[in-house]
Structures are given as C-alpha cells and as structure tokens.
Design a protein around this ligand. Sequence first.
Ligand code: ATP
Ligand code: MG
Length: 282
Amino acid sequence: MSAPEPIIEVDGVTTVLGGHVIHRDLDLTVYRGEVVALIGGSGSGKTTLLRLLLGLEVPQAGSVKIFGHPLGRCAARDLERVRYRWGVLFQNGALFSALNVFDNIALPLRELKSVPPDLVKPLVMLKLAQVGLKPDDAFKRPAELSGGMVKRVSLARALILDPQLLFLDEPTAGLDPDSAKQFVKLLRRLREELELTVVMVTHDVDTLFAVVDRVAVLADQHIIACGPLAEVARMPHSFVRNFFLGHLERCAEEDVKRFRLSLDDTSDEGGVPAVLRGEAVS
Ligand SMILES: Nc1ncnc2c1ncn2[C@@H]1O[C@H](COP(=O)(O)OP(=O)(O)OP(=O)(O)O)[C@@H](O)[C@H]1O
Ligand SMILES: [Mg+2]
C-alpha cells in the first residue's frame, strides 16, 4: 500500500494576535481522505488555526503547507489555485445578508468565472438539492432561514467548486439535536460521495462518534494529541477528561462502529433526493 498523502502540514507554528501568543510550536498533519476533528476549549485558538490553514492569518514562526504548497511563500497565482481546491463553512455561516440563497451559493462560481454563465443555475440547484434544500429555498434571504438551513446553504456554497478539502467550523453548533443529526448524516454521505478530506472544529461528541477518523486536541497552545477517538478520549488531560465525561463507555472501536451503523439504518435521509443518493427513482 502506498504511503498516505499529507494534504495539510503544519510545522512548528507560533501565532501571536493582539500581543498574545495563541499557538506555540504547533504541529498537525492531515492526510488525504481523512476527517479530522479539532477540539479544544473556547478561546484555545481553533478558529485561528483554521484561519492559518486558509492563509487568512500569517504565523510568526513555523510553516503551513496545503497540497504541498507553503502558504506564506507561494506566488499569488499558486495561492489562488490552492484556494479554489478548498471549501469553508465559517463558524457563523458567513452568508451575505443582502444576497438570496441562490446568489450566496453562486458567488464562488461567479468570482472564479470557471464555468459559462448558463451553467451557474444548474450547478447551484444541484448543490442545493445535494444539501437537502428545496428549489424554492433558492429565493429566500438569509434572514428567512432557520439555523439548520443556514448551515446547509453555507455547506452548499463551500461545495460549489467541488473542493477536495473542506473546513468546517462548528457545523452543528446551535442546531437542535435532530437537525444536528441530519447535518452529520449529510456530511457522512457527502464525504463518501465526494471523497473529501475534512477538518472540522466541533464541540459535539455525537458528531465525533458519527464521522471522525482522528481527533486533534488543541490545548496549552499546541496540538497535544491527534489520534483515534478511543485513544484520545482516554488521555489524562483535564480538558479531554471533561470533554468526554459520561461518553467514555461509547469510545471502544466496536461501539463507534455500532453507533455509525445505527445512523445508516434510520430511514430519514434529511431531504436529499433519492436520485442524488444513487437510488433508482420510478
Ligand atoms: N483578530 C484578533 N486579534 C486579537 N486577538 C484575537 C483575534 N482573533 C482571535 N483572537 C484571540 O485569540 C484567541 C483564540 O480565538 P479563537 O477564535 O481562535 O478561539 P476558538 O478556539 O475558536 O474559540 P471558540 O470555541 O469560542 O470559537 C482568543 O483569546 C481570541 O480573543
Ligand atoms: Mg472558534
């Protein structure tokens, strides 16, 4: 078997914001096809780490490589090319309130001008369906959407350029348990269909159990561990202990498998049309 291909390589990063050291000597590697969750206390620097990976913050020391390109040192044109290979769902959804759902999702396509104008509509409507929204939703403004719908629209926008890498910042925060479950099922399916590599910040234990391959823990200004759920959950660190309090008995590999199977068993598919699930429609 060939060696796993690193998609993200963070090496010895120090980040200083407003005179405060947020990260010190932080390392993280994410491989192609993985779903890696980033967990850590509020204010520990998770969003800032995502912003570093997106080239929106520049580290004071160390290096960040995405798809093998060093972010700080690659030419503007190379950086642009790398940027179009990832999609981002920001912590607050970050939809433009003046634009309707259709125009929000179409924005990256129109900015990039990579497809002829007459293809924009079918592509946007396809993504809308893929995230389980109805065609009518395309004409709503962000203020008219529920929290779960905002997440779905943001996800559709993040997926519009068919990225290989997806960054999600708290994708299920603020959703009721049922909407969160639907969202997680949607992610599981998209991950399989689109062969995505995903980096996801989350506080939600069920999301971890449902989709994640490895868990990276950000504490004390760096990644103190990055490994399988069962391994990380048993770390003696106080943040990790509190995070998994009451959930340790679910962490064994067999229990995680059983939980994932139980999600697959439930019939509700979150509104995704059968044709997009690869099922025959009569
Ligand atoms: N632009 C900025 N200037 C100065 N300090 C900042 C800036 N952005 C973030 N910080 C600080 O950096 C620290 C980490 O913030 P960050 O948003 O990365 O935390 P987080 O782990 O994502 O937290 P949460 O779980 O609450 O979203 C916080 O102390 C925050 O106040
Ligand atoms: Mg954050």
